[in-house]
Write a protein of this length. Structure first.
Length: 360
């Protein structure tokens, strides 16, 4: 497997069509939109025997060098997939170095930061993304600054701090934290490693699709996951799309996004509570920056958006725990969505993306 040549990567704006080189200072399009990554990727080989675990296992299909991916490897990926009966599986992404699926993306953005020559990463997050980034950056000796919006859950913040992240508080609305993070990322040697804006985060979450295909030996009928900013769903869509484009698979699974009734912009429902009071805090995103792409991906796969109540999430969390699976409320939302799923023709995979200790 050859290293991915950095010069084959470009940043593309799907809104205005602008293209940019991949450089440390290019975070968003001049029109204000998030950027997508365009790159020449190879098919995965028919057998992955002997490959390392983690993102480097699928390096042919990820626009980062195997060398950088191996450096940032902290144990993310190759999480267990468990049969739950009736053709349903759970993908246990809560069994991950920092306790959430965000480790997949954090390993990738940290690899990108290394390739781009960064000495520091900055992110605006109140939760799992901050902890995941801080851990991976610490592992390779990069400094981390986390800009924290009001009302951030303390357990998650404490975790990021334990890994050595510097914390900057952002008063006011959630958007203010992103503005401050963007300002800070203007410092020399600083990379804006946002899970919402950096397209490299999605290079990491692609690995979820490759793993499920490898573990099941087939494309599932549907996959369910909670969606806030869509950083898992968009990576999963890109991963399965790569498998189809390279002839490894013949079809895409239906992508099913689960949101809370309190904050379900994908279903057209307005957020009528403030983020920090929400039970499912990890998906309390009233305006996802890649909303158009999320809705397009769901439509392209014949998927759907399911909306669940806090009571349903609470019940799902207890039900999972009674089967030995302790996850945070945001993760349990996916399980709560399962009874609402239409059709039952084949294997369904439900992602459990955050550990119970995140929200005891
Ligand atoms: Zn643009």
């Amino acid at each position: 497997m050859d290293p991915t040549p950095a010069q084959s990567r470009r940043l593309h704006c799907s809104r205005c069509g602008a293209e940019y080189d991949v450089v440390i200072s290019r975070t968003v399009c001049d029109c204000g939109s998030p950027l997508d990554l365009v790159s020449d990727l190879q098919p995965l080989p028919p057998s992955l025997a002997g490959r390392p675990f983690g993102l480097a296992r699928y390096a042919d299909a990820i626009a980062l060098t195997p060398r950088a991916l191996e450096r940032t490897y902290l144990g993310a990926g190759m999480t267990p997939i468990l049969p739950m009966g009736g053709g349903t599986f759970v993908k246990c992404d809560f069994i991950s170095p920092t306790g959430s699926f965000k480790d997949r993306g954090a390993a990738a953005v940290t690899a990108a930061a290394i390739e781009l020559g960064a000495v520091e990463v900055v992110v605006d997050s109140s939760g799992n993304a901050a902890a995941a980034l801080a851990a991976h950056a610490a592992h390779v000796g990069l400094r981390t600054t986390v800009v924290v919006p009001q009302g951030a859950p303390e357990a998650k913040l404490a975790q990021a701090q334990a890994y050595g992240a510097a914390i900057v508080s952002a008063p006011g609305p959630r958007e203010r934290a992103a503005e401050i993070a963007l300002e800070l990322s203007g410092r020399a040697g600083c990379y804006y490693a946002s899970h919402a804006f950096s397209p490299f985060f999605l290079e990491g979450t692609k690995s979820w699709a490759f793993e499920v295909f490898e573990q099941l030996g087939a494309i599932p009928e549907a996959v369910l996951m909670p969606v806030g900013n869509g950083s898992l769903l968009l990576g999963v869509f890109a991963g399965f799309s790569h498998l189809v484009a390279t002839g490894a698979a013949r079809r895409l699974p239906r992508l099913v996004a689960v949101q809370s009734r309190n904050c379900a912009p994908l279903a057209g429902l307005p957020a009528h509570l403030t983020g920090h009071s929400l039970y499912t805090d990890g998906i309390a995103i009233s305006r996802p920056v890649r909303m158009r792409s999320i809705l397009d991906a769901i439509a392209a796969t014949g998927g759907e958006v399911l909306v669940v109540s806090d009571a349903e999430v609470q019940e799902a969390r207890l039900s999972l725990a009674s089967a030995g699976l302790w996850v945070e409320p945001t993760a349990a939302a996916a399980w709560a969505g399962l009874p609402h799923l239409r059709g039952d023709r084949g294997p369904v995979v439900v992602n459990l993306g955050g550990a119970g200790f995140k929200r005891p």
